[in-house]
Design a binder for this molecule. Sequence first.
Ligand SMILES: Nc1ncnc2c1ncn2[C@@H]1O[C@H](COP(=O)(O)OP(=O)(O)OP(=O)(O)O)[C@@H](O)[C@H]1O
Ligand SMILES: [Mg+2]
Length: 530
Amino acid sequence: MTIAVSAHQQNSPFAEGFPLNRIHPPPSHEPEGHRKYRRVDAILSTTADPINRPAARAVSFGPFSVLPAQRLLRHAGEPIRVGSRAFDILIALLDRPGELVTKNELISRAWPNTHVDEGNLKVQVALLRRVLGDGRGGERYLATDPGRGYRFVAPVTFAGDLHPSAPGAAEATKRGFNLPTRLTQPVGRADIINKLAERLPQCRLLTVAGPGGIGKTTVALAVAEQLINAYEHGVWLIDLAPLSDPELVPSAVMTALGFVAHSGEPLLELISRLRDKRMLLVLDNCEHVIASAEGLVSAVLRGAPNVQILATSREPLRAAGEHLYRLPPLASPPASAGVIAREALSFPAVQLFVERTASTLGEFELSDAGAPLIATICRNLDGIPLAIELAAARVGAFGLQGVAARMEDCFRLLTVGYRTAPPRHQTMYATFEWSYRLLSDCEQSVLRRLSTFAATSFTLGATATLAADTDRSESEILDTVLELVAKSLVVADVQGAEPRLRLLETTRTYARTKLAENAECDTLYYRQSA
Ligand SMILES: Nc1ncnc2c1ncn2[C@@H]1O[C@H](COP(=O)(O)OP(=O)(O)OP(=O)(O)O)[C@@H](O)[C@H]1O
Ligand SMILES: [Mg+2]
């Protein structure tokens, strides 16, 4: 039987007669382009005629097997559905296990002879990850090389192979690390991740700060992943979110590192164990145990000269030597009428919305009619990835129009999080509650009152008028507003001559809800208009 194969299939090691050793990557110093030509040369010199081969070769990884010629993906022997473009991408990645396959290569494989925006590739890769359950049960198949492309990192076996091959994966596991496998890839953060990964080795403590759900943990994990081979003693994640007792911070770090505390002084023991180590600690979600986290960080910085710390927090640690990076929202299209699908897809907030909607509905293509609606949704949600994810999860129930129409009441809408997400990410309201509960009474009260400001932005001086609504002095109010800025609940724009402050739309809506709960609305609105 003769099977016609497309040009790209001819270059594949799935082909019968393609020598097995060609799936091993060439020396890493060889430029990408040269490798490609070497590979093509190798194929041309093989005695087997690729056009006339009887069938393409099967390949398996984990519980999956792929029959490229039949365009079939099987899980535990059972065929499973995968879109045709996602399948092309899978084949292109399996073609060179462990090697970087650039975005352009993948696009030309999945959309031959067509110019498409990179956003389409991201959507298809996300769908592929979903189909494979990338990360579920600790299995990891695809890795992103931010800004460049993707690699297939799991061990693969080609039909007839005796030994699985996955150079990338094997190398990664040699080092100590406990980073979780990510189920989804960061959208629109490649430049930031690269920049922070470059900056981190030059500073001892880098804190990624920002409001809840903005993507601090996501970015920190991607940065840590890039640096996985840069530290002799590995990269270790310590999630502080589950801790309710700040005293337990040192023990949590000890446990994550696999150390057993023998005394009642875990911090001292920790420092003595870290003294001669070269490692990166990722202290995730510090805000609710901030003083204790700062104490630990300062002790580590003093006592363990080769340990570096990447922290995430809704507010800075305020430790000596801290480098702060405030993570911005994902960019959304500006509020101008008539954005078309192709333009909208160049904005990461829209890419994320489309990707998540496609994952939820199985299939979703952005149309020119839908683009302005999605742009409006993303803008209303301030480009906060968690809010965008939660909104995308509601498209199945309400449609795009319905989701856009419910933006005024977004806290009722954004209520269906991933089952696997932590409780504070199940709803957008819970995300704000996490921050709000950490505020002092005065901070809570000032935040509520700031939501009554009619102007979208205001000066620090203007907030002094709030003193009239409280028993606090004007200077106490100003200090409180600055605390709210530090805690990522008020945004400070310092570009102009005088800083301008504002609440994100979602923060304002939340603060107004709290205002209503506290039955303060009537008096305050009266004061504002007086
Ligand atoms: N750039 C991104 N691309 C895709 N998804 C993202 C991105 N950033 C965040 N997310 C998703 O948004 C959700 C919240 O992200 P993340 O946990 O990183 O936020 P966070 O800022 O650390 O929140 P918190 O302050 O509550 O800890 C997660 O489900 C994550 O997968
Ligand atoms: Mg986080």
